[in-house]
Design a protein around this ligand. Structure first.
Ligand SMILES: [Zn+2]
Length: 398
């Protein structure tokens, strides 16, 4: 995503102290941000209320961390992504195979879709660079096209072309691995939920027809320097396509954008002491839900990290403080089209950001595993999984 380096130099002459990247984003994007928030608010008010029951302490205790699967050398989920993954290179093909094979082999109930596009970049001349978004989805088996509302968990899996050998561990190998962990952990609960709904003859009413999709987007990074056209290649192509992909005339949701109940974007996660701000008033309630899960898990001693402050400190943010902050990232093309966004990104950015040091060795593994727990619990809660809460401690969450 974009950090406002050039602006930082300019703005620091007119402000006391050195502004953070987030503050600069605030200054630059305030009018746009307000407009987009209004759009998202309208969209939120128009969507049906979702059932929402907090997970019990008992359930929170069952949420697994992923453990050794996040090991940077041999971990089944993370290690294969800790390679350069520049679009159009063999490294990226290897990353794609890892991601797709995981779902194909371990989560056969999830649909797998490639969304392919091409684009020209400022450093690759007339050559068309391929971009491949990977879309994984699980929805109730009885739904018609355009009927389910989809919690949409998002990260980008491409890596930046420079500096040479750049890994992008926080940016965004770790977020991708976390989403794989979320998928495999929630899978059997979803199966149980859909089976029980089927037996009871539930479902078919829109608020209950909940599913989840994971979007691993390509081409987030700029090739030369971040501009509107040199960045977000995959996200821009997908949002544009979905906007004009109309469902049949009698569908509840008019297109795939409309089906997104919340677009939860993870980025720059895995360094110690992250701070995630609440960026958008219309989705602040969802931020609060995630912050509450973090607080509860910390109180129950379920988290390993020992940060200076909470990862999500903005639960009490007052209304008058909103309308001002935004970091450009994969949510932008979706937000512009009215999709509600929860942006889970560390600001200030990790100190290794866009340097050769953003690699496995510089990750803080307790923080990585805590994010895996928090995002998994948030997802279970969103999907109302108290309905299928395991009865005893011996049941493991996958
Ligand atoms: Zn980046």
């Amino acid at each position: 995503m974009k950090q406002y380096d050039a602006l930082l130099a300019a703005a620091s002459t007119t402000r006391r102290g050195t502004p953070t990247a987030a503050e600069l984003a605030i200054a630059v994007l305030a009018p746009l941000s307000l407009f987009l928030q209004l759009l998202a608010l309208v969209s939120y008010l128009a969507s049906p209320a979702l059932a929402y029951t907090a997970l019990s302490d008992h359930f929170l205790k069952l949420v697994p961390s992923g453990g050794d699967d996040f090991d940077i050398d041999n971990g089944k989920l993370l290690a294969p992504i800790l390679i350069p993954r520049v679009p159009g290179t063999p490294g990226q093909v290897a990353a794609q195979e890892h991601l797709v094979n995981f779902f194909r082999n371990e989560l056969p109930s999830w649909s797998i879709e490639w969304f392919n596009s091409t684009g020209k970049t400022p450093v690759t001349g007339d050559r068309d660079i391929p971009f491949h978004n990977l879309l994984f989805k699980r929805e109730p088996p009885w739904v018609q096209e355009g009927q389910s509302n989809l919690l949409t968990l998002v990260a980008h899996y491409d890596s930046k072309i420079s500096p040479e050998g750049f890994i992008g561990a926080t940016d965004s190998a770790v977020p991708c691995a976390i989403l794989m962990h979320v998928a495999r952990t929630i899978d059997h609960y979803i199966t149980q939920m859909y089976d029980e709904m089927n037996v009871l003859g539930e479902g078919g009413t829109v608020p209950m027809d909940m599913g989840v999709q994971i979007l691993l987007l390509d081409g987030e990074e700029a090739f030369l320097q971040w501009t509107e056209t040199d960045s977000l290649y995959g996200a821009r192509a997908l949002a544009e396509h979905w906007e004009s992909s109309y469902h049949p005339a009698n569908s509840f949701y008019k297109n795939p954008l409309d089906q997104i109940s919340m677009f939860v974007l993870l980025d720059l996660l895995g360094s110690a002491d992250p701070t995630i701000s609440s960026s958008f008033l219309p989705t602040h309630w969802a931020y609060q839900a995630m912050a509450t899960i973090e607080q509860r898990m910390r109180k129950l001693n379920l988290l390993e990290s020992n940060p200076k402050g909470p990862f999500l400190p903005d639960a009490e943010k007052v209304v008058s403080k909103f309308g001002r902050g935004m970091v450009e990232d994969d949510h932008i093309p979706f937000m512009r089209r009215g999709v509600p966004i929860l942006h889970v990104i560390a600001t200030p950015f990790p100190s290794v950001w866009h340097t050769i040091n953003d690699d496995g060795a510089h990750l803080d593994m307790p923080t990585v595993r805590d994010w895996a727990r928090i995002v998994t619990a948030f997802t279970l809660e969103w999907l109302d999984m108290m309905e299928v809460e395991p009865k005893d401690e011996t049941s493991k969450g996958g």
